[in-house]
Design a protein around this ligand. Structure first.
Ligand code: EPU
Length: 302
């Protein structure tokens, strides 16, 4: 979708929003899949209510993009524009055990920065690509921890009130790969309360998690992490593996040889290929195990 109306273009500039025509989502997502649309880069959180009023008044549908690491976007010209926060400098400010983090901050860099300041807890998430905002919205977790456990406060744009609000931890529910935020709420910043730990000790934990991840996940390849959620008590990856589906392909979309719940883009996979592969694997698991797998990856299909 293209924003060509000069009135809207002028207003975007007034709101400190940078307009990039024809951005390729394949370049903005870790899967390397996705068509093109206009990208609006937001430099000031405070502009959001006015920006969204402007888009709605002009019937311009939109979606919020974080780091694009858990996302499968449709092919071709997309029927909505993309909104993305510009990362401020600095993006993490520490105050005792509290880390005040902008949603656009890179998750891995934030964990390392806190570690260097003797603040731990987040070791399990090292190696997970994406932004802090994206991790927060999905309640990203690994190796027995999840980011939601450390959240004290979240600043967000709330679609329901059309305003920027601050929610305290008791006002938010964090579950396995799920939160109580509405799909069109936009994470802006978070305050995490992290336990004090000596840097050397945190580093040990980080190394162990890195090693586990390297040995079991296809890190060098284009993927969106795990495709399916784990149903209670079972591993989706193990079931897919037991069916002998590693290496199964549709075009360049392929079930990883290393971890069967990672589907990789082995070349120039389209969203159509990836969706067909997901549907095929889901059907086979349903037939053999009687288990209906739910997507973990977020799908934006036109
Ligand atoms: N397994 C297989 N074959 C495979 C993959 C796994 O037999 O191809 C077996 C493993 O040997 C292990 C069991 O299945 O006994 C579980 O595997 P793993 O430890 O890799 O964990 P997982 O349940 O597949 C979950 C999360 C990952 C997270 C890891 C580590 C989900 C859907 N997956 O994977 O998160 O990194 O634990 O904590 O919750 C993600 O969210 O994108 C993601 C990758």
């Amino acid at each position: 979708m293209r924003i060509l109306n000069p009135n809207i273009v002028a207003k975007l500039a007034e709101l400190h929003v940078e307009l990039k025509h024809g951005a390729a989502l394949a370049e903005l997502t870790s899967l390397g899949i996705g068509g093109t649309t206009d990208l609006l880069r937001i430099k000031r959180h405070e502009s959001l209510p006015d920006l969204l009023n402007l888009l709605d008044a002009n019937h311009v549908p939109h979606k919020f993009l974080g780091g694009g690491s858990n996302l499968l976007v449709g092919d071709g010209e997309l029927p909505w524009v993309i909104l993305q926060l510009v990362r401020p400098e600095p993006d993490v400010v520490l105050d005792g055990n509290l880390a005040l983090v902008d949603a656009a901050a890179d998750l891995g860099r934030m964990i390392t920065f806190c570690a260097k300041n003797d603040l731990g807890g987040m070791e399990g998430l090292i190696g997970v690509p994406g932004t802090v905002g994206g991790a927060l919205r999905m309640n990203a977790g690994a190796y027995g921890m999840q980011i939601g456990s450390y959240v004290r406060e979240v600043k967000l744009y709330r679609a329901a009130s059309r305003e920027i609000e601050v929610l305290r931890d008791h006002q938010i529910f964090f579950e396995y790969r799920h939160t109580s935020f509405a799909p069109d709420d936009m994470m802006l910043a978070v305050i995490l309360e992290l336990p004090s730990k000596p840097y050397k000790e945190i580093l040990k934990g980080i190394r162990i998690c890195n090693e586990k991840r390297r040995s079991s996940q296809p890190l060098g390849q284009k993927s969106a992490g795990c495709i399916f959620k784990n149903p209670p008590g079972v591993s989706a990856g193990r079931m897919i593996d037991e069916l002998g589906l590693k290496g199964l392909s549709v075009g360049d979309a392929r079930v990883s040889d290393r971890h069967a719940n990672f589907f990789v883009n082995a070349g120039h996979a389209s969203a159509k290929d990836m969706l067909a592969l997901i549907a095929d694997v889901r059907e086979r698991v349903q037939k053999s195990f009687g288990v209906s797998l739910e997507s973990e990856v977020v799908v934006w299909n036109a």
